[in-house]
Write a protein that binds this ligand. Structure first.
Ligand SMILES: NC(=O)c1ccc[n+]([C@@H]2O[C@H](COP(=O)([O-])OP(=O)(O)OC[C@H]3O[C@@H](n4cnc5c(N)ncnc54)[C@H](OP(=O)(O)O)[C@@H]3O)[C@@H](O)[C@H]2O)c1
Length: 362
């Protein structure tokens, strides 16, 4: 019965043309030059840390398609970048000229509350050691993402980059987000003192293939996909979704974020952060209904109002990104369909790195 239902969900997704679309095959490098403005970057050695993670698995194929197959993807298995000696070894062995530094400890609210000190300590080290190592090695460009949760809890939406220092971030994830935010201070400080060329990106609420679907670790989209998918699979008549459903969020498909990275490698030379998001407002209710529609779940969606909602509205101003000629063109429906197709394809045998359990803080 369970497998018949799984087959039915996969059948629906095939009907709407999602199953053929694997991440990594969709990337269109479009208008960007493969060589960069000075004709040299094509030959540059580029490394991506955190390449086995959610964002890394989208960034690596984009960079390989843009600059060639020589891009090196690294994970904790090769170098534990909280260890200064391993950081030195990485720069010595790899001799990168460009470093896309995605290595981080990332998790949902529950994990952030339970392991607040670990999130702070490890992300602070991953940030400080990378900037110092990049400076010592004299690399040409460092790309560093931090989260939209680093903005002040009271920032008014759509949140502009200029609001970054107007207040303290949301308490539940402040240890993580302040550790990540030190990257912005580092970017400015290392540029000022050493001329290190680094760029700080602020992706919104990313979702997509390779996200973390462990309910303790996950953000709202993977958690809601999993709940609704499992409800459909078990034939449940209702499914619970955290909170009232009324909060408004700004979601961005991770593949769209990945597509912007070559622009920042080739053309952007400033420590002024740039929001990378869709700039569209979606309620959690609308999100849940869209997921249910794609999955084919026809039961009741019950909003569990005993659970906190968090901020009422959180969207990002994407004017700076647009002025750079960048966009996040994947609609929420398209992005969710791709994500759910990938999730459904890998759910049965937990293949392709699907994360359903296990802790981010090992
Ligand atoms: N996820 C989001 O919604 C979001 C939003 C905004 C910004 N960001 C930022 O985007 C970046 C990537 O996030 P993500 O969601 O892709 O994270 P993720 O899926 O949890 O992946 C984390 C990556 O970092 C590596 N890593 C962790 N600890 C390491 C260590 N000590 N040494 C070396 N590598 C280590 C992991 O390697 P192993 O696989 O070997 O452990 C993995 O490849 C982070 O900087 C994050 O702050 C994420």
């Amino acid at each position: 019965m369970r497998y018949n239902r799984a087959a039915a969900i996969l059948g629906r997704l095939a009907d709407i043309g999602c199953l053929a679309d694997r991440a990594g095959s969709r990337f269109n490098t479009g208008r960007r030059s493969r060589s960069g403005p000075n004709g040299l970057l094509f030959l540059m050695k580029i490394i991506v840390t955190g390449a086995t993670g959610f964002l890394g698995r989208h960034v690596l194929p984009v960079l390989r398609k843009t600059y060639g197959e020589g891009i090196v993807g690294l994970s904790r298995r090769e170098y534990d970048l909280t260890d200064p000696l391993a950081v030195r070894a990485m720069f010595r062995d790899q001799k990168p000229e460009v470093m896309v530094h995605l290595a981080a400890y990332v998790g949902g609210i529950a994990a952030n509350c339970r392991y607040a000190a670990d999130f702070f300590y490890r992300n602070a080290l991953l940030t400080a050691l990378a900037f110092e190592g990049a400076r010592e090695a004299g690399i040409r460009k460092l790309i560093y993402p931090m989260g939209g949760c680093s903005y002040p809890a009271g920032a008014s939406s759509p949140i502009r980059e200029t609001q970054m220092w107007d207040g303290y971030p949301q308490l539940e994830s402040a240890a993580y987000s302040i550790a990540k935010k030190t990257g912005l201070v580092a970017s400015q400080a290392y540029r000022q003192q050493y001329g290190l060329n680094s760029v700080v990106l602020v992706p919104g609420n990313m979702y997509g293939e390779y996200d973390n679907f462990d309910l303790e670790q996950s953000h709202v989209i993977p958690a809601t996909i999993r709940r609704i998918f499992e409800a459909a699979l078990s034939g449940a008549s209702e499914v619970y979704v955290w909170g009232s459903g009324t909060p408004i969020r700004d979601f961005v498909y991770v593949g769209d974020v990945a597509e912007t990275i070559p622009f920042f490698i080739d053309y952007y030379n400033s420590s002024e952060p740039v929001n990378i998001s869709s700039g569209t407002a979606t309620s959690i209710r609308e999100l849940a209904v869209t997921i249910a529609e794609i999955v084919g779940f026809h039961g009741n969606i019950v909003f569990d109002t005993s659970k906190p909602d968090g901020q009422r509205t959180k969207t990002f101003d994407v004017e700076r990104m647009r002025r750079l000629g960048l966009s996040a063109p994947t609609s929420l429906h398209q992005g969710l369909a791709k994500t759910i197709a990938w999730f459904a394809r890998n759910y049965g045998d937990r293949s392709d790195g699907l994360r359903l359990s296990g802790s981010a803080v090992a």
